[in-house]
Design a protein around this ligand. Structure first.
Ligand SMILES: Cc1ncc(CO)c(N)n1
Length: 229
């Protein structure tokens, strides 16, 4: 794949196959107009602030999802290092919550008064459905990888050479677009691929469906920044 962020980490794997198969859908989430506008310096700040406030709510709902994923890894993974990678993700969320509070001050956003919009509620409900112990580790880790990867690929795009990202937004782009976050996403992808390799057809089908649901929710989430949802 021409711009596969995780190349060099061994074969394209099942996820590589899926990314090729669902390429346009994936690009819909990682090259959304909201992101393209940031990159072109054309973002309007009310949209950005709307996104920021909604994402704070999302990230808080993401914590129990990652906690459930840790339990699934502890229960079902045969590689102990999975726990460390996921725990690293949990630590990043702790930083993120503090960062949102700091950023909210900078943009004069009252986090406590933000009302979750429908797309956010739908996405959080979807995350909640993955908490259930019946949801396989393989399915949940695939979801986790793609949730993180969409942000990584989106915001990294805003930092590429020649981009016109406004200075006030660089901090946001660096939060998810930095190389370490990229490496972390590749570690998640490797875990997901390893799990998918040995999964039954039934679980693999579920994981692929979950990947597509995540992409759909991510697009709807970016759409909220327009303020019509
Ligand atoms: C909606 C959304 N997707 C993914 C991430 C990545 O953590 C985030 N913060 N918010």
């Amino acid at each position: 794949m021409e711009d596969d962020a995780c190349k060099g980490s061994g074969g394209e794997g099942i996820i590589g196959t899926w990314l090729r198969k669902h390429r346009l859908f994936y690009l819909g989430a990682t090259r959304h107009p909201f992101i393209l506008n940031i990159r072109d310096g054309a973002v309007d700040f009310p949209s950005f602030k709307r996104w920021l406030g909604q994402d704070y709510i999302f990230v808080r709902a993401f914590v129990p999802f990652v906690a459930a994923l840790l339990l699934k890894a502890w229960r079902d993974s045969d590689d102990q290092s999975d726990i460390e990678v996921i725990l690293g993700g949990m630590a990043a969320l702790n930083d993120e919550i503090a960062w949102f509070k700091k950023e909210a001050l900078k943009w004069d956003i009252q986090l406590s008064s933000i009302v979750p919009q429908k797309a956010n509620q739908d996405y959080c409900r979807f995350l909640e459905s993955l908490l259930h112990p019946d949801v396989e580790y393989t399915v949940a880790i695939t979801a986790f990888w793609v949730i993180e990867a969409v942000y990584q690929e989106s915001f990294a795009h805003c930092l590429e050479e020649g981009s016109g990202t406004p200075p006030e937004l660089r901090d946001t782009c660096e939060r998810w677009g930095n190389d370490d976050f990229g490496k972390y996403c590749c570690s998640l992808r490797k875990i997901a691929d390893r799990q998918l390799e040995k999964a039954s057809d039934d679980v693999r089908v579920k994981a692929e469906g979950t990947l597509l649901y995540v992409l759909e929710h991510e697009v709807a989430f970016w759409n909220m920044s327009h303020g019509e949802a």
